[in-house]
Design a protein around this ligand. Structure first.
Ligand code: LLP
Length: 427
C-alpha cells in the first residue's frame, strides 16, 4: 500500500493510522486495504489503456461490494468467473454490460443468470459451452456477445514463459490442430451468439512481455484466418491478465502504461502485417491492481527457537488466510509492525496456527531477535488471492478486510463469527 509509513514511535501506519490502533479496533488477523491506492491503480490502468481499450478487473483476485463500487466509479469493467462473483457484481450495482463472464465449466444456471442479466460478454471455454450458451440465448430470445477463449500454446511461469507444443491444461480451446478455427466456425453459425472476439490468458505473475507477444501474434493469426474463411473481421481481442507484482525485492513489475504500450505495439504490428484493422484490446489484471494495496496484520503468539535449526514465530492466522505459500511456494516478506527494535536480525519462519506443518506464511525471513508474543507483524502484498482463497480450515474464522483511506478505516468485509460457521450446520 502506498501510504504505509513508519511513525516516529516506530509503529507502521497506513493511511495515517498506526497499526497498533488498527489492531485494537479491528483485531488480528486482518487485511488492511488502502482504498486510495486501489483507486489510483484502477485509474493508472484505465488511463494507460485509454479509450481504445478496456480494462476488466479480475474479481477472483479479491471481490466485495466495496470493490465493485470502486471499480464502477473508476470506470473499470469486471471479469467474474462464477455465479457467486456475478451475484456480487450485480448486487453492488456494476452495470451488466461491463461484466465479462469466465469459467471453464459454467453451469447452465450460471449461464442463464448471466444472459438474463445482459452481461457484456461470455467467454466460451469449450465446444459444449458454445452450444449451451447459444441454446440459452435462443430460449431467452437474445443474441449474446461472446468471445472464444483459445489456448495459444504459451505457458507462463513466474519470471518466464515456456512455449509448449501441447497444451496440457483444462482451459480454452487449442489453436493447435485447427480446434479454435472450428470453434469459430460453429459459433458463427449460431443465431444466439454474437462472436465479438478471441480471448487468451497465458498465466499469472508474469514479468516478461515475450509471452504476451507470442500470444498476441497467434491470436491475430487466427483473426486473419477467420477473415479469410468467413469474410468477417472480429472486432476484439482480450489478452487476459497475469501481470506480476513485487512480492520480494527480486520481482520487477511493469507500470500499466508500459504494458499498454507494449501490447498496443505488438497487436498493431501483427495486424498491419496481416492486413487487418486493429481490434479493440482488452486486458484483465487482477493481482496487479489489488495485490499491492493490502497487507495482513498478525499478532505473534509464540516464539520457538529450535537449537541449530531456526526460530518458529507463530501468528494468529496462517494457511486459512494465505494459502499461497503452501500452495505455490510463494514468497512473502514480513516486518515487525508495532515497534522498532535495536536487536540484531534473526532468521525465522513465520507459521500459522493450523494443524499442519505446511502451514507457513513466510518461509524464510529476518525479524529482530527480540520478537516476542504480542508483537504485530505485517505481511505486505496480500491483496490478491489471499482473502479470496481463504478457508475455514480448522474452523478458522476468515479475517475481515478493512479499507483504510486518509485517516479513516472501515470494515468492507467483516470478520466471520462462530455463528457464521454454525449457520451452515443442519441438525
Ligand atoms: N483473466 C483470466 C481469464 C484469469 O484466469 C485470471 C487468473 C486473470 C484474468 C487474472 O490474473 P492476474 O492478473 O490476477 O494474474 N490463485 C493464483 C492465481 C490464479 C489466477 C487464475 N486466473 C495465485 O494466487 O497466484
Amino acid at each position: 500500500a502506498r501510504t504505509v509509513r513508519r511513525d516516529e514511535d516506530g509503529a507502521l501506519s497506513v493511511g495515517g493510522l498506526p497499526v497498533t490502533r488498527l489492531a485494537e479496533e479491528f483485531g488480528t488477523p486482518a487485511f488492511f486495504l488502502d482504498e486510495s491506492d486501489f483507486r489510483a491503480r484502477c485509474r493508472a490502468w484505465r488511463e494507460a489503456f485509454g479509450s481504445e481499450a478496456d480494462v476488466f478487473y479480475a474479481g477472483k483476485a479479491f471481490l466485495s461490494r466495496a470493490v465493485v463500487r470502486w471499480l464502477h466509479e473508476e470506470g473499470l469493467n469486471l471479469d467474474v468467473c462464477s455465479g457467486g462473483e456475478l451475484a456480487t457484481a450485480l448486487d453492488a450495482g456494476m452495470p451488466a454490460a461491463r461484466i465479462a463472464f469466465h469459467g471453464n465449466n459454467k453451469t447452465p444456471a450460471e449461464i442463464r443468470r448471466a444472459v438474463e442479466a445482459g452481461v457484456g460478454r461470455i467467454v466460451l471455454d469449450s465446444f459444449e459451452e458454445i452450444v449451451r450458451v447459444a441454446h440459452i440465448a435462443d430460449e431467452l430470445g437474445v443474441r449474446q456477445p461472446v468471445q472464444i477463449r483459445v489456448t495459444v500454446g504459451v505457458e507462463a511461469h513466474t519470471h518466464e514463459f515456456i512455449a509448449t507444443a501441447h497444451e496440457d491444461q483444462k482451459f480454452g480451446i487449442a489453436l493447435a490442430g485447427g480446434q479454435a478455427a472450428e470453434a469459430v466456425r460453429r459459433a458463427l453459425k449460431l443465431d444466439g451468439l454474437e462472436l465479438i472476439g478471441i480471448h487468451s490468458h497465458i498465466g499469472s505473475q508474469i514479468f516478461d512481455m515475450a509471452g504476451f507477444e507470442v500470444s498476441a501474434r497467434r491470436v491475430v493469426r487466427l483473426l486473419a484466418e477467420v477473415r479469410d474463411e468467413h469474410g468477417v473481421e472480429l472486432p476484439e481481442i482480450d489478452l487476459g491478465g497475469g501481470l506480476g507484482i513485487a512480492y520480494t525485492s527480486d520481482d520487477d513489475p511493469r507500470e500499466p502504461h508500459e504494458i499498454a504500450k507494449a501490447l498496443g505495439e505488438i497487436v498493431t504490428r501483427e495486424c498491419e502485417a496481416a492486413g487487418l484493422a486493429t481490434p479493440r484490446i482488452s486486458v484483465e489484471p487482477g493481482r496487479a491492481i489489488v495485490g499491492p494495496t493490502a497487507f495482513t496484520l498478525y499478532e505473534v503468539g509464540t516464539v520457538k527457537p529450535l537449537e541449530g535449526l531456526r526460530t518458529y514465530v507463530s501468528v494468529d492466522g496462517g494457511m486459512s488466510d494465505n494459502i499461497r505459500t503452501a500452495l505455490y511456494d510463494a514468497e512473502y516478506t514480513v516486518s515487525l509492525a508495532s515497534r522498532t527494535s535495536d536487536a540484531g536480525p534473526m532468521l525465522v519462519r513465520v507459521v500459522g496456527k493450523h494443524c499442519e506443518s505446511g502451514d507457513i506464511v513466510v518461509r524464510d525471513a529476518f525479524l529482530p531477535a527480540d520478537v516476542a508474543p504480542g508483537d504485530l507483524l505485517a505481511v505486505p502484498a496480500t491483496g490478491a488471492y489471499c482473502r479470496s482463497m481463504a478457508s475455514n480450515y480448522n474452523h478458522a474464522l476468515r479475517p475481515p478486510v478493512v479499507a483504510v483511506d486518509e485517516g479513516s478505516a472501515r470494515v468492507v468485509v467483516r470478520r466471520e463469527t462462530e455463528e457464521d460457521l454454525l449457520r451452515l450446520d443442519v441438525g
